[in-house]
Design a binder for this molecule. Structure first.
Ligand SMILES: [Fe+2]
Ligand SMILES: [Fe+2]
Length: 358
């Protein structure tokens, strides 16, 4: 997606009646913004600092000034699945179970069941707080409550990209699907909720972590599913590909079924942020279409913050909460005043699930 299209899709929400004017106006804005020096928002008392906005889509892979830490909360390299840590063994067992059970048929069944969105409704912030009860066992870098991770990610992005509030929102909601671990959402096992994701219905790429365990997956020896393209076609677009089931695809379904108008790149981030074989190893590009290629640039930006903002530095939830609540409040006002679709559909998106008895 080109830069002007991002602005258009984001700002269309403010009024559909001035769309023609916005198209020409926003293109001019984009040209000028590329040269603008951004000043961080002052309400949190952060030192004023200059940051250059990316001046082309190629530059989106830049990290906006984010300083990557050298070690995770346990003193190891990030995503080091061989490191000796108290969690390493559990993580390997997790992936063994995950790789054996994530089949094409399983994913199809879960998408059908959870696509109904017929059990639970709650606000975005309520859901963030609910994640306080969740710890992701697949993550070798993090053992803090999930709400801290959401806010660490969103705040780190906000610091470097203060004007991209669609990206702040994306960060805030990207892991909300982990509520699948909770009883009211079916209490799915960890292997069906968290961890790296990958396509099913075609060959499992060797870059996927702990790939050896796929040998025990029934699809591994099924000729319909174990070729390069499997059930898919070249360039079919990732939207047409079944991904291993987990919080990513669930949250994506929630957003889509609620007709969220989050920009395409935001939905892409939600669905593929655990797809490390793609955004780290470059696998499965033969299934991507042009829009995927564009969105992947934003996913790579996001991923740095998703991964490296995890640390033992705790977020003061009460301190940052007003900003996110103000976005929600702003949404309500915009909704009543302008029938704003973007904010209404993104911020009041409800989470629903079906009891599965798992
Ligand atoms: Fe995630
Ligand atoms: Fe995350």
């Amino acid at each position: 997606m080109s830069p002007p299209i991002f602005f258009i899709s984001f700002f269309l929400c403010f009024s559909t009646e001035i769309t023609p004017y916005l198209f020409s106006f926003l293109n001019k804005i984009w040209d000028s913004v590329r040269m603008t020096i951004l000043i961080e928002q002052p309400e949190f008392g952060i030192e004023v600092e200059e940051k250059k906005v990316p001046n082309s889509e190629k530059d989106l892979v830049l990290d906006g000034g984010f300083v990557q830490p050298h070690a995770n909360a346990f003193g190891h390299n990030f995503r080091d699945y061989e490191a000796e840590s108290e969690r390493q063994e559990g993580v390997e067992i997790f992936y063994k179970t995950n790789h054996i059970n994530q089949t094409y048929e399983f994913v199809k069944k879960m998408r059908e069941e959870y696509g109904k969105l017929d059990k639970v409704e709650m606000s975005i912030w309520e859901c963030c707080e609910l994640l306080n009860n969740v710890v992701d066992e697949s993550d070798p870098d993090l053992d803090e409550p999930q709400i801290e991770h959401l806010l660490q990610t969103a705040e780190a992005i906000r610091k470097d990209y203060p004007n991209e509030d669609w990206l702040h929102l994306t960060a805030l909601i990207h892991d909300l699907g982990k509520v699948l671990l909770l009883p009211s959402f079916g209490e799915l096992p960890q292997w069906a909720v968290v961890g790296d994701t990958y396509p099913v219905g075609c060959a499992f790429d060797e870059s996927i972590v702990h790939h050896k365990y796929f040998k025990e997956n029934p699809d591994y020896n099924n000729p319909a599913y174990n070729t390069k393209f499997g059930v898919y076609e070249k360039g079919c677009g990732l939207d047409n590909v079944f991904m291993s089931w987990g919080h990513d695809d669930y949250m994506y379904l929630v957003a889509k079924e609620n007709k969220s108008t989050l920009p395409s790149a935001g939905l892409f981030i939600v669905r593929y942020h655990s797809f490390y074989a793609l955004h780290r190893a470059g696998a499965y590009k033969h299934l991507m279409n042009e829009e995927d290629e564009e969105n992947l640039k934003w996913l790579k930006v996001f991923n740095k913050y998703d991964l490296y903002s995890k640390s033992k530095v705790r977020i003061d939830v009460e301190k940052v909460k007003p900003y996110y609540l103000s976005l929600i409040e702003k949404a309500k006002q915009l909704d009543s005043l302008t029938k704003d679709l973007f904010y209404r559909l993104v911020l009041s998106v409800s989470l629903s699930s079906k009891e599965t008895g798992n």
